[in-house]
Design a protein around this ligand. Sequence first.
Ligand code: ADP
Ligand code: MG
Length: 341
Amino acid sequence: DPQLNRQYTFENFVEGDCNRLARSAGYAVAAKPGGTSFNPLMIYGGVGLGKTHLAQAIGNEIKRTLPDKLVLYVSCEKFTQQFVDALKHNNINDFVNFYQAIDVLIMDDVHNFAGKEKTQDFFFHIFNHLHQSGKQLIITSDKAPKDLAGLEERLLSRFKWGLSADLQIPDLETRMAILKNKTYQDGIDLGDDVIEYVAHNIDNNVRELEGAMVSLLAQSTLNRKEIDLNLAKQMLKNFVKNSSKEISMEYIQSLVCEYFEVPIEMVKSQTRKREIVQARQISMYLAKAHTKSSLKSIGSFFGGRDHSTVIYACQTVEDLIDTDKKFKGYVADIQKKLKMS
Ligand code: ADP
Ligand code: MG
């Protein structure tokens, strides 16, 4: 099964206060897919806190114990892409039939549905069909259903039907346990002092924790040095330094267009279609806020416009942020993606 990564199991999902409820709910769902009140099971939490791992662990466990069940893992992005392709090639029916036949649907990162109204509508119908047929849905997102901006109310209300369980940042003890588990899995020898030092200093999320360890290993190999506390201290300095990159206007443009499902070249065109104008204005606003580019160069980048157009765009966006909650959510979402890059 190409969609499920076999490495993501319950066994190597270290338990802690940060994930206890989500983990045990996941376990219950895996034992009785569609047969508990945890339907959908909604797992939410910040980047790198284990949403994908836990969701896939449920899928893997079901495949192991109930091999007849049809389990599908799909990211929201991939689903969107499939939907767009199906529309383009006129085979929506096949697409619907395929999804309606699934016993356990794992939909990862549903916050990415924000702004994609057509895809959301479509998912809404698939959701209803599966739920009514007693099939299990497992959904992950970066926020609690009540805080998900840019998603339709009727879809959000479905998400609230089952159980929402969050993943939080692991405490020091759990971070150490995760590192130990990882070193054990990979057959690496790390001293307790190193583990404690890394766990103490990297406290954002689990992915960074693992990243620090990979970086530590790489540097030890490269410099033919043992992984000791000194190397860990040196590595951590580089690790933190490497994490801030410059943001370009190209990048802003691609992010905004992907978010609103608009073709990238349209933003630079002369069209005045509402959704394109909105994408263009938000791009300009973000370019002003997050790059060092002048108003003049922002204007010329986004289709040869002058600086007063950029000022107008920024004002429009600021006004909408103040008055339109949904719009504010869109901008906040995109901004968050920018910062993650
Ligand atoms: P998310 O989907 O929330 O962004 P991931 O599921 O991709 O996060 O997790 C990031 C990394 O951290 C993965 O390699 C995952 O295996 C690891 N990880 C997260 N939580 C745990 C945990 N409790 N125990 C072990 N590994 C974890
Ligand atoms: Mg993920």
